[in-house]
Design a protein around this ligand. Structure first.
Ligand code: PMP
Length: 406
């Protein structure tokens, strides 16, 4: 029999525990800076207007049904997703050496990529990811028994990129390692390499014959510009890398719970690349079948419709600028308030960092004090979700930080 009583208690997911504590707090001053989801200036979830429009169009079709999608997902969605991340004129697309399969959002894409690597990557590669990284990377690769290691990423002194540390670790990794890279808006630090640094990384990865695994959860959400946020991925494709990409539509479409995502594999240029990609696609389909059979339809229909319609696409870009613009405004507001208060330390990193999150540099003790005295909820590593700040609470938050830092 199954020794069920021997199953140990698992630790609570720290982020979801934080959310529960926030909900239980009855103070009207409370501020939620833990959640990794966009909030509008009234701290409310935001359904993108273009998503509402697409939803109306989809639901006005009398032939709409609830049949299964194909195993590889909704074709108009996966082809739109590939164009979005790679660029419509990408050599990987014109030379037909990319394949795309719809996944359970970005998490499912990272997992499917990991599973594919565990089955088909020669030898037992180690996956290297940044220290710190999105906590789930650890669990996803560990669950499928892929050895994991980290490269330095965040410099505590500059609150920017530890580029030398990162390069040294990648250079020291055994050849043919898998290097996981955040395509833009690094979670949790908000720190990205510059374009020149990406170029250096590309040279280094080529030399070492490493395999780049891009995790792209914030395209368009970071800068408001879809091409800019995809720059690193497209540059690596231009350099002829064989690589894969996990793509999430949670943030940029606000489709969090609908689990719309995509996994892309790109082979290098070469005479056999089309045949190779066909075989890879066939194996991904087999893995998908045993994992989820078919991906969920609703989010893919919404995103697929918007990505394939010029007018809707333009509206989406507007919506992206609304979200990223509000966040950038909050970065400026927070930094200038802290500087105005003369809060000890430097605060330029708040506006230097990009995307949903900022690594404030606050210590665990300061984070806990903020929770106790000011009802501000953020993760213990000092990360704040910029989306939780708004014109109604940014001054309050800055003053609370000022108090705990002194
Ligand atoms: N990767 C990173 C770096 C992320 O920040 C996230 C979202 N928190 C994801 C992947 C995937 O999220 P989802 O499964 O909701 O698309």
């Amino acid at each position: 029999s199954f020794p069920a009583e021997a199953v140990p208690q698992a630790p609570e997911d720290p982020l979801f525990g934080l959310m529960a504590a926030y909900r239980a707090d009855t103070s009207d001053k409370k501020v939620d800076l833990g959640i990794g989801a966009y909030r509008d200036d009234s701290a409310k979830p935001w359904v993108l207007p273009v998503v509402k429009k697409a939803d109306n169009i989809i639901h006005s079709d009398p032939a709409l049904n609830h049949e299964y999608l194909p195993i590889a997902g909704l074709q108009s969605f996966t082809s739109g997703a590939a164009k979005l991340i790679l660029g419509a004129d990408s050599p990987a697309l014109t030379e037909k050496r990319a394949c795309s399969i719809q996944t359970i959002s970005g998490t499912g894409a990272v997992h499917l990529g990991g599973l594919f690597i565990s089955k088909f990557y020669p030898g037992t590669p180690t996956v290297y990811f940044s220290n710190p990284t999105w906590a789930n990377h650890n669990q996803i690769f560990s669950n499928i028994h892929i050895p994991i290691a980290t490269y330095p990423y965040f410099s505590k002194s500059t609150k920017g990129l530890d580029f030398d540390g990162m390069k040294n670790a990648i250079a020291d990794a055994p050849d043919h390692s898998v290097i996981l890279l955040h395509a833009c808006a690094h979670n949790p630090t908000g720190v990205d390499p510059t374009q020149d640094q990406w170029k250096e990384l590309a040279v280094l990865l080529k030399q070492k014959e490493h395999f780049p695994f891009f995790d792209c959860a914030y395209q368009g959400f970071a800068s408001g510009d879809l091409a800019k946020d995809a720059w690193a991925v497209r540059y690596f494709v231009e350099q002829g890398f064989e690589m894969c990409i996990a793509q999430s539509f949670a943030k940029n479409f606000g489709l969090y719970g609908e689990r719309a995502g995509c996994f892309h594999f790109v082979t290098g240029p070469g005479a056999d690349s089309q045949k190779t990609i066909g075989r890879i696609a066939s194996q991904l389909t087999v893995l998908q079948r045993s994992e989820i059979s078919n991906p969920p339809a609703y989010g893919a229909r919404i995103a697929g419709l918007v990505m394939n319609d010029e007018a809707l696409f333009g509206e989406w870009e507007d919506n992206l600028r609304t979200m990223s613009g509000r966040i950038i405004t909050m970065r400026k507001a927070l930094r200038s308030k802290l500087e105005e208060l003369g809060t000890p330390g430097t605060w330029n990193h708040i506006t230097d960092q990009i995307g949903m999150f900022s690594f404030t540099g606050l210590s665990e003790a300061q984070v806990l004090k903020l929770r106790d005295v000011a009802h501000v909820y953020m993760t213990k590593n000092g990360r704040i979700s910029m989306a939780g700040l708004n014109t109604g609470n940014v001054d309050y938050f800055a003053k609370a930080v000022d108090k705990v830092v002194r």
